[in-house]
Ligand binder design. Structure first.
Ligand code: ADP
Length: 260
């Protein structure tokens, strides 16, 4: 490997100390998967849900997005998956300005993102296997590739034995793991989890978090919006706090509540 390769530490100058405490300046520390630059989102009713948000998420990062209800977490996620467009500023995913994508480019860039929600959003009449396979069928993946891809992600989430069961026959944790498998099947580079443990009891929540950590160890960038203070504080990851549409904190190795 060349010493000049991205992310290499040999032969490249060390990052200045000042940048370490300012995660928004980490753009040079690996390819940024996601960047928001001066992003404001005002809904048609005049509500400003995000105000002048700046943040950079380098490839491979694990980020908790915290803040009270109404702070703007879901809006931020909707902008990243290009369900909404910023009113002002730029949302950049893997170097692409989402506002400038051509319509036909949107499905491809969306497949770079895997997303799971608090309420799983599974198809109730399909088996675990078919819920996951469906995500590939709708994108025209050849049938011969679907079976092996589904088997692989079901192994990752530990659901091979439940492949033929329907969501109604699964526990909450198993339903969330099915949703995670479905989100993984396109090999996303960014994994977004919007309150993934909101409907789960504490022990099952930890199992889901362990799975997200493993996905992160596989090299996937993870952005998780959560109110789960115990998990955030125990893991000491990067924490971005939103309040009233503004980033009010962005700290490495942080707890759920600010400690200063
Ligand atoms: P969070 O996910 O942190 O609870 P949201 O992003 O859902 O926050 O909401 C941020 C603010 O924007 C809230 O005041 C909410 O009422 C408002 N909001 C969210 N979606 C819409 C919408 N579609 N139209 C108008 N206002 C909205």
């Amino acid at each position: 490997m060349s010493s000049a390769s991205p992310g290499s530490t040999t032969g490249t100058p060390r990052r200045p100390e000042a940048a370490r405490s300012r995660p928004t300046d980490l753009a040079t520390d690996g390819l940024p998967t996601l960047a928001l630059r001066g992003v404001t989102k005002t809904y048609p009713n005049g509500k400003a849900a995000l105000r002048e948000v700046n943040l950079t998420v380098p490839e491979g990062d694990f980020v908790f997005l915290v803040g009270p209800s109404g702070a703007g977490k879901s809006t931020l996620i909707r902008l990243v998956i290009r369900e909404e467009l910023a009113t002002k500023g730029k949302v950049i995913l893997e170097g692409r300005d989402l506002a400038r994508l051509k319509r036909r480019e949107i499905p491809r860039i969306r497949r770079r993102i895997g997303i799971v929600f608090q309420d799983f959003k599974l198809l109730p009449n399909k088996s675990v296997r078919d819920n996951v396979a469906f995500a590939l069928e709708v994108t025209g993946t050849p049938r011969s590739r679907i079976g092996p891809a589904v088997d692989r992600v079901l192994r990752v989430v530990g659901l091979s034995a439940q492949a033929d069961q329907r969501p109604g026959e699964l526990s909450g944790g198993e339903q969330q793991r099915t949703a995670i498998a479905r989100a993984l099947v396109h090999d996303p580079r960014l994994f977004i989890a919007d309150e993934p443990t909101g409907n789960l009891d504490p022990q099952i929540s930890w199992e889901i978090i362990q799975l997200l950590l493993r996905i992160n160890e596989m090299g996937v960038t993870v952005l998780m919006a959560t109110h789960n203070a115990e998990v955030v504080t125990a893991l000491r990851k990067r924490v971005i706090g939103l309040e009233d549409g503004r980033v009010v904190r962005d700290e490495m190795g942080a707890a759920y509540h600010r400690e200063d």
